[in-house]
Each structure stands twice: as C-alpha cells, then as structure tokens.
Design a binder for this molecule. Structure first.
Ligand SMILES: NC(=O)N[C@@H](CC(=O)O)C(=O)O
Ligand SMILES: [Zn+2]
Ligand SMILES: [Zn+2]
Length: 424
C-alpha cells in the first residue's frame, strides 16, 4: 500500500528543505518528495501543518524492567508517539540494570510488542551501575545498544571512566555522561539565594561543572565520542565551548532539556516536587546562557530526560521526593513555543536539534526526510494555542512542572516505518 502525505510544510534539516511538498511512502520507506499524484493511495492530509522527521529522543527512562508502576515500555512508547517521537534511547537505571545482553534482549522483545516506536537501549558503563568494574560493553553492542551511560550517577573513578571511554571507542559507541560529583551535590534544588530563602539544601553548579571538565579532558585524551547529558549551567556551556572551539574537538556533543531553557529556581517556593529534577533548575542567568548556547550550536541536542515517577513517590516533602520529571508529551510544544515562536531558533534549527543531530550521534538512519530514508515522520499543527493538562498524558508519569502552561505545537499524526502509531 502506498501512502501520500499531502500538502504539508516539509521541514528537513539534512537537505535544508523548508517548503510545501507531498511525501510518498512505499513499504515503510520514503520514495518521493515533491508533487505526488495521490490517486488510489492512502492519503494523509497535512495542509497547513508541519511535516518533520520523527523526533529522536536520546534521553528517556522507560523504567522497565523493575519499576513498572512508574512506566512500562508500552506506556512509554505510547507517550513517545503522542509527542511525535519515533526513536528513543532508554537509560539503564532499571532493575535489573541494563548491564548485560539478557536485559538488552528483554527490552528489545518488549519494544517489539509495543506500538512500533523504535526503542534503543543504552547499556551501563559499569556492572550494576556500581562504579566498580566495566559492564560487558562489547556483548551489549552485539545485541543493539546505541550508547553507554551511568545515568542517574557519574562514574566517580576517573580511571574507570577513561577505561570505559577507551573501550567504547572501537565500537563507535557514544558515552552519554551524567555529570554530577556526589561529593558536591546532596541537596534538593540549586544552591543559591533562592535555596537560602526557601530553606532548602542546595546543589551547586560546581557539582556538574567539575565532571563536565573532567569528561571533556578524558574524551580529548581517548578520542571517544562524548555526549554530555542534561546540561544545566552557564559554566558547563563555557567548558563545552572551550572543548569545541579552543581544543577543536569533534567528538564532543551536548544536550539540554526544555526545563533548562524555560524554568529557573525561583519557582521552587511552593516546594512542589514536580519541579525537582537532577540536575536542578538553575538561575535566570543559566536559562539565558542555555538559549544562547542552543542558538550558537554549543548545545547540539534537545532531549527530554523523561523521568516518570509515581504520584505517591512525588507527593512528599521536597527533600524526600525522587528527582525527575516527564517530558515525552510536551517536549516539541515547549521547545517550539519557547525557541521558535520567540525567534531564537528557526524551524530548521529546532528540528535539527530534536531529530537530525540526535540521529547522527547514534548513527541512526532516520532523522531525515529523504528518498530511501525510513518513513519516520511527525505531522504537527503549530498555530493553535492550548494548555498542557497532565491528566491527559498517556505516560504513567504525570510529574511535570508545566501543567497549566499555554503552548503551541500539537502532534496530529506520528508514523514509524510508514505505519501510523499515533493519530489525534
Ligand atoms: N533526571 C532525573 O532527575 N532523574 C533520572 C535520573 C537522571 O537522569 O539522572 C531518573 O532516573 O529519575
Ligand atoms: Zn542523569
Ligand atoms: Zn536521565
């Protein structure tokens, strides 16, 4: 069966295309972009809407195996499809940890039973995320991991981290680095004036920046592909800029998440645990720096760090609540509203950071609308405002600080390999 996506505004960073065109899909692959005679075909009308390569989210917690009360692979895939996400990388802080090929295969199997959204497991750097000895990275790579990460933690031992990087390099596996020195963290929000006013123990920016600096240095020595996860501070941006511009590193990339370019720590005054995540919301100065870094390409990728938690786990004192907020169902709208409608990024730049660049980092064939590419596509309505309502999320996690916020950008159809996985 042939499918034609008719008359949408095609936005494709890989060819810098931004024009009204039809897309022809045959057997899950894009076979033409331009003027398509849709007679006898299955037609999806996209007039007045954006047609973009499906979003690729490098940073998601699917919680399965082990924490199925927070999210399952199935519910996470449904949330992804609703958010226009067609591929996502799932982090290894599950139980058991993704540190061997059996857990990788378990995830592959469960993902096949879900809606079709592509799930790429991220393997742990060390066994059990315990920071003692390396996990079997080569075996996990054979079974399909797309990266290694200790997410939720940092590999504290610099020697072991260096060994992990050296080991990952011949497999061309990127290292997704959670940058937090535990000897410097330990609070519940950003350290600073607001933490003092609210009487909450703070987490300094230095806890992040010390490890950002360390890992950039180690990536420079080893030549491994380093991708810095969830960047939150101006100092981190300065360090990345140094690595890229002064040291000329082309093996260094970095990501941030919508909350770090929209929200700051002044909103923690209500002690709402849905505003608590790791790293924490920083100051307005950091938010401004993040927007500049996105504009200038110092930050390459927007990911969600989708971190669902159960209502009961979050509905406690701020200090006791777990870190993390959900993001799959709001990331496009928040990014489009706060970066494109404000004139910081062009539509092409936004889609580059949410699809094309992430694909390049993990050597994924999608992330582009070109003849021969997989038909992983999102169709998005961008002109009608609406209010985020967490009670409508299909994710099991409703823990978002954005509930009640007005945004633009509503995903109407998501296709994976030419198959509709979500339709509004
Ligand atoms: N980001 C978070 O606040 N939480 C993540 C862990 C992580 O991404 O570091 C989680 O697994 O809940
Ligand atoms: Zn993390
Ligand atoms: Zn994470």
């Amino acid at each position: 069966m042939k499918t034609c996506i008719k008359g949408g505004l095609v936005i494709n960073p890989s060819t810098k295309m931004e024009e009204i065109a039809d897309i022809l899909i045959e057997d899950g692959v894009i076979t033409a972009i331009g003027n398509v005679d849709e007679e006898g075909m299955n037609v999806i009308h996209a007039e007045g809407k954006w047609v973009v390569p499906g979003l690729i989210d490098l940073h998601v917690h699917l919680r399965e195996p082990g924490f199925e009360h927070k999210e399952t692979i199935e519910t996470g895939c449904n949330a992804a499809a609703k958010g226009g996400v067609t591929t996502m990388c799932c982090m290894p802080n599950t139980n058991p940890v993704i540190d061997n090929e059996c857990v990788v295969e378990y995830i592959n199997t469960m993902a096949k039973r879900a809606n079709g959204v592509k799930v790429l497991p991220v393997g742990a750097i060390t066994k059990g995320l315990e920071g003692e000895s390396l996990a079997n990275i080569g075996k996990m790579k054979e079974h399909g991991i797309c990266a290694i990460s200790e997410d939720g933690k940092t590999v504290a031992d610099a020697g072991l981290m260096k060994k992990g990087m050296s080991y990952a390099k011949p497999f061309d596996l990127p290292i997704f680095s959670h940058t937090e020195d535990r000897n410097l963290s330990g609070g519940a929000m950003n350290a600073g004036v607001n933490a003092q006013i609210f009487g909450i123990k703070g987490i300094g920016r230095d806890a992040e920046e010390v490890i950002v600096a360390r890992d950039i240095i180690l990536a420079r020595t080893t030549g491994a592909k380093l991708h810095l996860s969830h960047m939150s501070t101006k100092g981190s941006i300065d360090l990345i800029e140094m690595g890229k511009k002064v040291w000329g590193m082309n093996n260094l990339t970095a990501e941030t998440a919508p909350h770090y370019f929209i929200l700051d720590d002044s909103i923690l005054g209500d002690y709402d645990a849905n505003k608590k995540m790791s790293p924490p919301l920083r100051t307005s100065e950091d938010v401004e720096a993040m927007k500049r870094a996105l504009k200038e390409g110092i930050i390459d990728v927007i990911a969600t760090d989708h971190a669902p938690h159960h209502y009961d786990e979050k509905n406690v004192e701020l200090e006791k609540a777990p870190f993390g907020i959900v993001g799959l169902e709001t990331s496009f709208a928040l990014s489009y509203t706060h970066l494109v409608r404000t004139g910081i990024l062009t539509p092409l730049e936004l889609i580059e950071k949410m699809s094309y660049k992430p694909a390049q980092i993990i050597n994924h064939p999608a992330g582009r609308l070109e003849v021969g590419a997989p038909a992983d596509i999102a169709i998005i309505e961008v002109d009608t405002p609406y209010v985020i309502d967490s009670s409508t999320f299909v994710s099991k996690g409703k823990n978002t600080p954005f509930n009640g916020m007005e945004v633009y950008g509503d995903v109407e159809v998501t296709l994976v390999d030419g198959k509709i996985v979500y339709q509004k």
